[in-house]
Design a protein around this ligand. Structure first.
Ligand SMILES: Nc1ncnc2c1ncn2[C@@H]1O[C@H](COP(=O)(O)OP(=O)(O)OP(=O)(O)O)[C@@H](O)[C@H]1O
Length: 330
């Protein structure tokens, strides 16, 4: 993994009017030039963490370092926020009645007008919004506004781009495009991107590094594939995979005997077959999902979700042999 550009050491921030909220004793590092996704359920402290990293908020204790120097909080700066970092907030912060071009170019100085125009068009082309240059921001779709907000953030050449729930306003097709844009930006412009999202897919498909946050604390961090395949805690497994969670007692129905409390079985680890040595489950329901089918199974009161990618469909009441390829225990 690349060198750390940002480091947090034992950073805590508790809100005066909400003492149970905020972040507690967070230590982490953000690798330079890569995409880091901070994931966690709503209220886990993701936005708070983003503000602490960028200097828009000061920690109660601990330090935030950017290239080994302290990041100053808003009380120590005329314009809050570290100069090398730009945040795209959830509300985009656009001048909605101004043209797209002016929204972006307005952030550059007027000392060289030709250069200003050239740079603005370069950034608009990079984000595929050059054809919208003369439109007012208010007349754009959510996804287009999002791109303008990102253009505004990168036009001044920040080293770090922070994005707070960047895909919340867009449909799934656009989401994939924007994910690719962010990755492209990081790769081609060398920008370090930090993104917070409650959608696990953002982390899995986009992140070089993923950080899992719960109740203001970092639970674990690592490469998305490592966290997905070998989650260190149940929260991560549930966040990333919507898995089957069974008590140790229920797990015995699946021939899984564990000394731990809980077993997690991802739906794709449930193998549906007709082997004689497999366990017999009854199909309780089937959900059409396009290229696959989600099958809800039951055996002696224990329910299990599985995935059928075969070119046939199960029917309610059908008996099916089940074996478990893998499980994780907590
Ligand atoms: N200014 C504030 N004053 C008091 N409490 C706050 C403030 N801002 C956030 N909180 C609380 O701190 C906790 C963390 O909030 P934060 O916005 O950082 O979480 P989040 O993970 O980004 O949530 P979401 O995904 O819903 O945006 C929440 O319980 C929230 O209610």
């Amino acid at each position: 993994m690349n060198n750390a550009i940002i480091e947090l050491q034992e950073v805590s921030k508790i809100y005066q009017n909400n003492p149970l909220a905020g972040v507690q004793s967070v230590s982490l590092s953000i690798p330079e030039g890569l995409v880091t996704v901070i994931s966690g359920e709503s209220g886990s402290g993701k936005s708070t963490l983003l503000k602490l990293i960028s200097g828009l908020m000061s920690p109660d204790s601990g330090v935030v370092l950017y290239k080994n120097g302290p990041v100053m909080g808003p009380e120590s700066r005329l314009i809050p926020g570290h100069d090398a970092m730009k945040t795209v907030a959830q509300d985009f912060n656009l001048n909605i009645y101004a043209r797209v071009y002016d929204n972006i170019a307005g952030l550059l100085s007027n000392t060289n007008l030709k250069e200003k125009q050239q740079k603005t068009f370069e950034v608009m082309e990079f984000l595929k919004i050059d054809h919208l240059a003369q439109k007012r921001a208010v007349d754009l779709s959510g996804g287009e506004q999002q791109r303008v907000a990102i253009a505004r953030a990168i036009i001044t050449g920040p080293e770090v781009l922070l994005l707070d729930e960047p895909f919340s306003q867009v449909d799934s097709i656009l989401k994939n495009e924007l994910r690719a844009d962010i990755k492209r930006m990081s790769r081609y412009l060398g920008i370090t991107a930090i993104l917070v999202s409650h959608d696990p897919l953002d982390g899995l498909s986009l992140a070089d590094k993923m950080i899992v946050l719960k109740d203001g604390e970092v639970l674990e961090e690592g490469a998305p594939s490592d966290l997905y395949n070998a989650p260190g805690c149940l929260y991560t497994a549930q966040l990333l995979s919507n898995c089957n969670v069974l008590s140790s007692e229920d797990a015995r129905e699946l021939d899984i005997y564990t000394g731990k409390d809980t077993v997690a079985v991802y739906a794709e680890w449930v193998r549906l077959n007709r082997n004689d040595d497999s366990l017999t489950f009854t199909v309780k329901d089937c959900f059409f999902k396009g290229f696959y089918e989600e099958v809800l199974l039951e055996r002696n009161g224990v329910k299990l979700r599985a995935i059928n990618t075969g070119n046939f469909r199960y029917v309610k009441g059908q008996e099916v042999g089940v074996s478990i390829d893998r499980f994780v225990e907590f």
